[in-house]
Ligand binder design. Structure first.
Ligand code: PMP
Length: 400
């Protein structure tokens, strides 16, 4: 019955790794996927994660019963505190409902489906550009996707004027997707003053903010600093959606652990919202998995582990920042034409190099360097040893 089925294209981001794996050249470099690597180019399991797993395994009363539909209660409480702040009035007033979901992607999808069912405005505005999965997630959730201007290729920075114009022209009530920090793919974030202007515009037009927080702690190295934009919105008492992922900041990629939090006006509304979220989740995957959420909950609710985590997180963020300066210095030393200072101005896991699809294809063919065709490179995939090779390739790409 499926003899006529068409072959689907590879995912544009995950497809980069497929192509990389097929390449037998020893100098090959995968800068496509957004996963942290050590200076030796190895995946990293955080020490605190190992300790938490040990604690879990040693617990004699450990069971594997189903979790509730909304997930592990201590995980949910800890996740909300992490993003909104331990002293958040919204949490104290019980106006937040948090449900454990399948990482950031699952949290966005559940939030999207809830909105498609229960919110009067079905259009979501996402930045242009954005993470490639966003339009698909929200379209399949049943929302209609439009974009707002975000990135200015000439300055390789924020198109703040375009952003304000586009959100200003959005219909009242429209949903707005915002990257909480470390915008993917551009690495360009608004300043805190710009966030405040965005907040005022969003509130004045009764738009609904939906934060995607996939990199808390990765942008600046500080969990609190990276949560500031979200907290600015929650502090004004208005509604706000937040999808959190623990893939990057705890290195729990494959555990698929994340949370959707909806800040409501009253605790009564929050509990009714939660009852409806259960109806979204139950027929989708019934209830979430236990292991990853137990790890996160153990770390968030143990002050020693939590403190150690902040140090490990800072070390990852600092290594990425040092890759930025090293790459810029190497390009400068080679005399590579052009202004490359955006490499150190952009933040988070990625640099949006400004290289075009043709230059990317050249670097893959001639230098075995793999990245998405939009010129985005994962700084976390670089090391002091591989930077010269990347700089050679970039130099050749812009001079030949
Ligand atoms: N949002 C953004 C902006 C991302 O970059 C990612 C991961 N690449 C995610 C959400 C979701 O990731 P995950 O489902 O692995 O948590």
């Amino acid at each position: 019955v499926f003899s006529q089925i068409a072959k689907a294209p590879e995912d544009p981001i995950l497809g980069v790794t497929v192509a990389f794996n097929k390449d037998s050249d020893t100098s090959k470099l995968n800068l496509g996927v957004g996963a942290y690597r050590t200076e030796e180019g190895k995946p990293l399991v955080l020490n605190v994660v190992k300790q938490a797993e040990q604690k879990l395994v040693n617990n004699p009363s450990r069971i594997k019963e189903y979790l509730p539909i909304v997930g592990l209660a201590d995980f949910n409480k800890g996740s909300a505190k992490l993003i909104f702040g331990a002293d958040s009035p919204a949490i104290q007033e019980n106006r937040v409902t948090t449900v454990q979901c399948l990482s950031g992607t699952g949290s966005l999808r559940v939030g999207g489906e809830f909105l498609a069912r229960h919110y009067h405005e079905k259009t979501i505005y996402i930045p242009n550009p954005t993470w490639g999965n966003h339009p698909k997630i929200f379209t399949f959730a049943g929302l209609s996707v439009k974009t707002y201007r975000y990135y200015d290729p000439t300055t390789r920075g924020l198109d703040f004027k375009g952003l304000l114009e586009d959100l200003g022209n959005a219909p009242s009530g429209a949903i707005v997707l915002l990257h909480a920090c470390a915008h993917n793919p551009t690495g360009v974030d608004p300043t805190i003053q710009q966030w405040e202007e965005i907040r005022q515009l969003i509130r004045s037009k009764a738009l609904l903010p939906f934060f995607d927080s996939a990199y808390q702690g990765f942008a600046s190295g500080s969990l609190d600093a990276d949560a500031k934009p979200v907290r600015l919105f929650v502090a004004d008492g208005g509604e706000c959606f937040t999808a959190q992922s623990f893939a990057k900041n705890m290195g729990l990629y494959a555990e698929r652990v994340g949370a959707l939090s909806i800040v409501c006006k009253t605790s009564d509304v929050a509990s009714r919202v939660e009852s409806q979220l259960k109806l979204v989740i139950r027929p989708m995957y019934s209830s979430p998995p236990l292991h990853g959420a137990s790890i996160v909950s153990t770390i968030l609710n143990d002050s020693d582990l939590y403190n150690e985590w902040t140090l490990e997180l800072k070390a990852m963020a600092d290594r990425i920042i040092s890759m930025r300066t090293q790459l810029l210095e190497t390009l400068k030393a080679k005399g590579t034409p052009g202004d490359w200072t955006h490499i150190i101005k952009q933040i988070g896991m990625f640099t949006f190099t400004g290289l075009n699809a043709e230059q990317v294809a050249f670097m893959t063919k001639e230098y075995h360097i793999y990245m998405t065709s939009d010129g985005r490179i994962s700084m976390a995939g670089l090391s002091s040893k591989t930077i010269p090779h990347l700089a050679d390739a970039m130099h050749a790409a812009v001079t030949t």
